[in-house]
Design a binder for this molecule. Structure first.
Ligand code: F6P
Length: 336
């Protein structure tokens, strides 16, 4: 192996730079060159690349975003796009390809494998933490910290003014950011995809819960974490619906893309560094179509296809604990 190509693809995640840095430094130890293609798969089509040396990456691990930029490329998904990318990789005498991204990026890797026969390794980088084969994805821990910080601030004002807040967090179709931030901040309620799919909540049920929490506690601050895509019209609509029913101001707050930025936490920098080095080792061992991961704190590897076809299960224990803490409806009933 003389030359590795690398991209960061899909939604950027804090710690991607740390992983990129680790790949470049580890590769350099073995005399392997690294070429970064910019803007994800799009860069493979436009031949937009930059050679990455030690000095390019030495001081980037404390920054979010990605120095080689990221994108979602529609063009690459076509047969022609796959073929063109493969031709360009060959033209640059690339021996192995590393992609840092989420499930969409790994599906892209599978597409590329139809046209390019070199080894392909994935590094999990997404705030959503929704990839099978690794306990955590790079960026998830920072996103939770960001959501937690915002929720703490929301609690201050909710308490001061006896208000109900609906805080919408990211995660696409997974509730990892939702459950972790709700638990870390003592949110009274969470609306998670994993719960919604079996037993979707109704406005009636939510009103009942809010009223009973208020009755039991004797005050009116109530913070609900709503995972994106789990309520028609999102937090804004839900706040309107609740305000119509309760005699209380209900305010929505959409955290949105702030969850993708900020200083990566130590956990994400360390994870990015471990996985970057691990990916280079996997390349050297001749592995292909696998994702580098960390499982039970040990380095692991998982077939790329499993990372999105198998579903990582959100801990039921966490869900039960968090729900049990705010079950005042029962307590209320027992009292009367
Ligand atoms: O996958 C990361 C993520 O931030 C999701 O949580 C969110 O649903 C999506 O990307 C947003 O995508 P975009 O940045 O393209 O709006």
């Amino acid at each position: 192996i003389n030359r590795i190509a690398i991209i960061t693809s899909g939604g950027d995640a804090p710690g991607m730079n740390a992983a990129l840095r680790a790949v470049v430094l580890a590769a350099e130890n073995y005399g392997i060159e690294v070429m970064g293609f910019r803007h994800g798969y799009e860069g493979l089509l436009t031949n937009d690349f930059v050679k990455l040396d030690r000095e390019d990456v030495e001081h980037i691990l404390q920054y979010s975003g990605t120095i080689i930029k990221s994108a979602r490329s529609e063009r690459f998904k076509s047969e022609e796009g796959g073929r063109e990318a493969a031709t360009n990789l060959d033209a640059h005498q690339i021996d192995a390809f590393i992609v840092i991204g989420g499930d969409g990026s790994f599906r892209g890797a599978e597409h590329l494998a139809n046209f390019w026969k070199g080894p392909i390794i994935g590094i999990p980088g997404t705030i959503d933490n929704d990839l099978f084969g690794t306990d955590n994805t790079i960026g998830y821990d920072t996103a939770v910290e960001t959501a937690m910080d915002a929720l703490d601030k929301i609690r201050d004002t909710a308490e001061a003014m006896d208000r109900v807040f609906i805080v919408e967090v990211m995660g696409r179709n997974a509730g990892y950011i939702g459950i972790s931030s709700a638990m870390a901040c003592g949110a009274e309620r969470m609306i998670l995809p994993e719960l919604q799919k079996d037993k979707p909540l109704t406005v009636d049920a939510l009103v009942k819960h809010i009223e009973s929490v208020q009755r039991v506690r004797g005050d009116s601050s109530y913070v609900m974490v709503l995972c994106e895509n789990q309520w028609p019209g999102g937090a804004v609509r839900l706040a309107e619906q609740l305000e119509d029913r309760l005699n209380l101001p209900c305010r929505p707050c959409l955290l949105g893309h702030v969850q993708r930025g900020g200083r990566p936490t130590a956990m994400d920098r360390i994870l990015g560094t471990r996985l970057g080095v691990h990916a280079v080792e996997l390349v050297r061992q001749g592995k292909t179509a696998v994702m580098a991961g960390v499982t039970a704190n040990e380095l692991s590897e998982t077939p790329l296809i499993d990372t999105w076809t198998k579903r990582k299960k959100l801990s039921e224990e966490l869900i039960n604990i968090q729900q049990s803490l705010f079950n005042p409806i029962k307590k209320d009933r027992n009292k009367s």
